[in-house]
Design a binder for this molecule. Sequence first.
Ligand code: URP
Ligand code: ZN
Ligand code: ZN
Length: 465
Amino acid sequence: MTETLIRGGTLVTADGRRRADLLCRDGLIAGVGADLELGPGTEVIDAGGCFVMPGGIDPHTHMQLPMMGTVVADDFYTGTAAAAAGGTTSILDFVGPERDQSPLEALAVWQSRAAKAAIDYGFHMTVSWWGPRFSEEMETLVRDHGVTSFKFFLAYKGGLMLPDEQLIAGFLRCRELGAMAQVHAENGELIAYLQAKMLGEGVTSPLGHVLSRPPQCEAEATGRAITMAEITGVPLYVVHVSAAEAAQAIARARGRGVKVIGETLPGFLAIDDSVYRHADFDFAAGHVMSPPYRPREHQAVLWQAVQDGTLSTTGTDHCCFTRAQKRLGQDDFTRIPNGCGGIEDRLHVLWHLGVNGGRISPEQFVALTSTNAARTFNLWPRKGALEVGADADVIVLDPARTKTLSAATQRQNTDFSVWEGMEVKGAVVHTFSRGTHLWADGDLRAEAGRGRYLARPAFGHPYQR
Ligand code: URP
Ligand code: ZN
Ligand code: ZN
């Protein structure tokens, strides 16, 4: 029996806070309150002056993903170890079948890659092509493998982008199976036109990336996906919302009762598109992701959407590359591998800018980093809760502790950080994953292969422990 008592902290959940001790026993939360009965040899963690919260759930990651002629720098071990150092205890990663590859076969590939994960993990499936076989296998994915969310791309013409006819067919199939449709919402046709225009005008630098992906492209695709979801009757999850107009489209749809959920990333709340004008290629290319960072005025609208629940989850879209990998696009911005890191930083940045910045309460912080993702993806109350019987995925955050974010000190397997030099106040000092102490005040004890697969039931079914 392993037992840990987290003593003297303030427990915060999405619903409120209270002073209480929390007892973890054999991987589960065994007690919450005062004067808890302890077994012999209980480890005691002093959480005085700290907040004790559910471990973070990152609903959007890409570990070891082959992409644009290279492979994402973090694998399932390095990426999940970095996650633990930043207070995240579960991830949902995207399985990406090759064109015409069986999705079940691709799932087996991802399962073998994820076997070395240090924290728990589940999968979404990218609908990277469409046809009868994909549609058929979706049923097995949902019923037998607990893959109950499917991401459709409205961007990447000539690659992942699907035409509207196939998006509609895919959405209908999701509805039939009780699965959720997810969308990468940018207008791929317009982006292809603008990319060719930029290159034709001699713009080859990372600036071309942002100029060819304006907010209108995201707004149009978000609106189109919402309309398709509304008419086909499927719940829709819009990943990585970066543009004010996209958030506003989601708010309008939610206002008329459409089941649409929006996710944003910490970077979209704080980093603006001036990064693409930087003279240093490595710096500008290090920020190349899709959709791109937006002009500063979008940030206030996104914060408002976070505050009012229009954007109810935060992910990282963790998809990190090294400087050398980004140089694949030195002469042509369309060849820069798309993606940024951040799994280690999400909670710190959101606490610092959100809670310290007076924009969100600690309760909203828990909802945004953990509970809402657990509820949205059918992991609650096993994850995202501090209740007896829940998995003991618990973090202790010291609000007085400061930390400087930097590529030089991060655990993420890359030499770049979009948060370089940022000093945050409020740091995760302990991370427990199913009761195992993975992060102990600077000591990372993440062990490869201890993460467990999270099969998720289809929607409408209570989570089975
Ligand atoms: O640029 C990004 N976001 N890369 C990861 C793939 C995706 O579209 O989520
Ligand atoms: Zn995407
Ligand atoms: Zn992504």
